[in-house]
Design a protein around this ligand. Sequence first.
Ligand code: NAP
Length: 393
Amino acid sequence: MPKRVIILGSTGSIGCSALSVADNLPDEFEIVGLAAESRWQRIAEQVERYHPKAVVLSDPISAENLTERLCEVGSDTVVWSGADALVRLVEEVECDFVLAGIVGVAGLPATLAAVRRGLTVGLANKESLVVAGELMVRAAANSKARLLPVDSEHSAIYQSLLSGRHEEIERLYLTASGGPFRTWTAEQMRSAAPADAMRHPTWSMGPKISIDSATMMNKALEIIEAKWLFGVDPDRIEVVVHPESIIHSMVAFRDGSIVAQMGRPDMRTPIQYAMTHPQRLTGCGERLEFTQLQRMHFEPPDPARFPSLRLGHEVARLGGTAGAALNAANEAAVDAFRNERIGFLEIVPMVEDVVKSHLSADQPSGFEAHPDLTTLMAVDAWARRAIAQCCTV
Ligand SMILES: NC(=O)c1ccc[n+]([C@@H]2O[C@H](COP(=O)([O-])OP(=O)(O)OC[C@H]3O[C@@H](n4cnc5c(N)ncnc54)[C@H](OP(=O)(O)O)[C@@H]3O)[C@@H](O)[C@H]2O)c1
């Protein structure tokens, strides 16, 4: 029986790579659900090709356009839209695997719903864990859902951890390419345009994560993600810059052994690992040729140019609502930068200011150690308003 798969964020970079994995292994998967926000022409092509049972477009006008197109071609795929449509998709459509590939906190309700339903979830949407790590981990324990990381670093750690026991872990090393500004001076970074920030040296990704890589906020989010996925104290999670992106991350065990996972930087590999888990099937990506690999470099990140890493560790230690404040402030500040309302070097200090005000504020916008989803969403909304105010001053 093929695995029945729902792809949330099917029109994005992760979603399209997941569909390419499915194309390469046509007997293994049946695509039963697709979801995106508004790119209806792209999702219409996907519906015509994969014939899912249901499809969601969050934007109602785009959903209307899609419905019209699907009527014209005689498709029997149902189209849902509206506030609860993403959750409905994972709750009502029979499936074995959900790929959480929506960008930002928009992906949280459906990812959490899939976990609560006890499904196997391939997690690319790291923001879900950053915002609601405790809720997600508790829900997975209750429902026996399996959370399989799709982020290449966390997939590497997941695979490396198979060679030891939890109590034997000494350190997790998250590797980072260093992003497009690794060798830029702070002065150059000050005048960086959105197009510069989106020119990632080794990975081809969506715009938000590309800018997060340029500020290294992506690595800060990954520290928090690793804490929740692997139950490791943030002080034992270290970031190492490795510009070639060949070693995707490593685990140091207490006997002195370090286990790493390597491969070419191609997201189809970790996506396929999650989709075919626990099997390893033939992958379609280019293979790594060691004899053509001249050198691998490693260096510590520069805390002065990339203060997001310190912030990531701090928020990971705090837990509670701190991740929701950090994530929402970052999403809003990245949007402001993409729309050229703030400069590149303003992103992280603005986010840090919002996190600090959250920590010192009283309720309802203040810190809470064990929040529910409603509280997390209230902090999210508050942090976005705080960034909007900073941008208008
Ligand atoms: N790209 C990578 O290589 C990579 C690697 C590791 C982790 N990740 C993580 O994977 C996630 C996706 O990243 P990406 O690079 O694939 O982003 P992307 O290319 O920008 O794609 C985002 C996807 O999310 C959909 N989406 C956005 N808002 C939505 C909403 N409100 N409702 C429904 N769908 C919505 C978009 O739909 P539309 O197309 O209609 O806008 C699109 O399908 C992020 O959390 C990112 O951090 C990505």
